[in-house]
Design a protein around this ligand. Structure first.
Ligand SMILES: *Cc1c(COP(=O)(O)O)cnc(C)c1O
Length: 395
């Protein structure tokens, strides 16, 4: 499907913005300042379908429209079904609310124990430090608060969040997210990381960010220096489609890895974007080439106005079945449903266990062939006697 799959050929360059000097183009602030944020701007560059026009006209009441010039260049403007386009250009479907869809699909508000802190699991917290992103994914699970289109009025209160973590000795893992934490200044990020580093019970710090994908220019030498000094800091990226694997992102990942940042990826299963084995296989192979370990594949949360992007759970299971055994184990993400109402992430797997009897387990391998493996049975008395006499280890 993607011949000549060599990272050197993934470079995209400036495309529509070839008139811009390369210094501006490579500057993340320039990319943010020149984002496409309105239907008028979009229509200067491409022809929208009627469905897209409907979506764009009303987008700002649900979740702001914003696309960095860098990411916009990855869109195939001739193809209304382009998988990159689907992720960032709204459709009319966003305005339709299905009966099972809600504004807080994974029940985060119920687990908010301090401003910006979602404490759902025993030993780790989610720390929301901003409500802004470089570009807005149309299926965002946090669209109720992100971009402030719905007047959520998010005010990051680092001190309250940090104090909560300091006071909760059971928190050994902090996941910094938002919005996108990498939109904070280096000064703020360094402060946050330093403070967390200084809390003795915090063992593990990770950042969830789509900035490397939307805005690889953000991965500057100064920022890398902070990560190196405050490390180990892990990072989870968010790629959904192999076309997002550009030379620019490859370089950003290489620099992050060289700064000591272990990289993972979280994808969301999206209809018409990555809901096939072929596309996912190509994506996970490219991720490994970029030193990124596929971590989770999420079933799309039941966020308001996302039905047109949601693939069936059975498709996700078939994708995992199509990968397991057929390609490197390192390439295979865990498929999960983040259970509604705060149930947390639940792994969903193809069934390889045909039967468990008293004496054995009957399993099927990736080819569908059946195998049997015995249950563990108590050791016979004779063996026990032998062990008692011989080694004395059981007495
Ligand atoms: C996803 C998530 C985490 C992290 O879960 P892992 O399975 O450890 O990656 C922590 N807190 C909340 C609220 C989450 O949604």
């Amino acid at each position: 499907m993607f011949p000549n799959d060599e990272p050197e050929k993934w470079h995209r360059g400036q495309g529509l913005w070839s008139h811009v000097n390369s210094e501006d183009w490579g500057n993340w602030i320039w990319q943010l300042q020149n984002r496409i944020t309105s239907i008028d701007q979009l229509e200067q560059y491409m022809e929208l379908t009627p469905d897209e026009r409907e979506g764009c006209l009303h987008a700002n009441k649900k979740l702001a429209l914003a696309i960095t010039p860098y990411f916009f260049n990855l869109i195939d403007r001739e193809n209304p079904d382009c998988p990159i386009r689907r992720q960032v250009i709204p459709l009319g479907g966003e305005l339709r609310v299905m009966p099972n869809e809600i504004l807080d699909p994974v029940g985060e508000e119920f687990s908010m124990t301090a401003p910006g802190i979602v404490h759902r699991y025993p030993d780790r917290v989610l720390f929301l430090v901003t409500d802004r992103c470089a570009a807005y994914c149309r299926y965002c699970t946090r669209s109720r608060m992100v971009s402030n289109a719905q007047d959520y009025n998010f005010h990051p209160d680092f001190e309250a969040g940090l104090q909560y973590i300091e006071e909760h000795g059971e928190v050994r893992d902090v996941l910094i997210s938002g919005g996108d934490p990498l939109l904070l200044s280096d000064v703020k990020l360094e402060y946050l990381l330093k403070r967390l580093r200084g809390i003795p019970h915090v063992e593990f710090i990770r950042i969830g960010s789509r900035v490397p994908v939307f805005l690889p220019q953000r991965i500057t030498p100064q920022f890398l220096k902070i990560l190196k000094e405050q490390g180990p800091v892990w990072m989870s990226l968010h790629l959904n489609h192999p076309s997002e694997c550009t030379g620019e992102l490859f370089e950003a990942c290489e620099n992050l890895a060289f700064a000591g940042v272990p990289l993972g990826n979280q994808s969301v299963l999206l209809r018409g974007v990555n809901d096939s084995v072929e596309v996912m296989r190509s994506l996970v192979h490219r991720l490994l080439m970029m030193r990124v370990r596929p971590y989770y594949l999420y079933q799309c949360d039941l966020i308001t106005g996302s039905a047109h992007l949601r693939a069936d759970v059975a498709t996700g299971i078939e994708i995992i079945r199509g990968l397991r055994g057929h390609t490197s184990g390192y390439a295979i993400p865990q498929f999960v449903i983040d259970a509604p109402q705060g149930g947390g992430k639940v792994p969903i797997n193809p069934d390889y266990v045909k039967e468990v009897t008293e004496s054995e387990i009957v399993i099927r391998n990736f080819r569908g062939e059946e195998y049997r493996y015995p249950r563990a049975t108590p050791l016979p008395e004779k063996a026990l006697d032998f062990l008692r006499e011989g080694e004395g280890i059981l007495t």
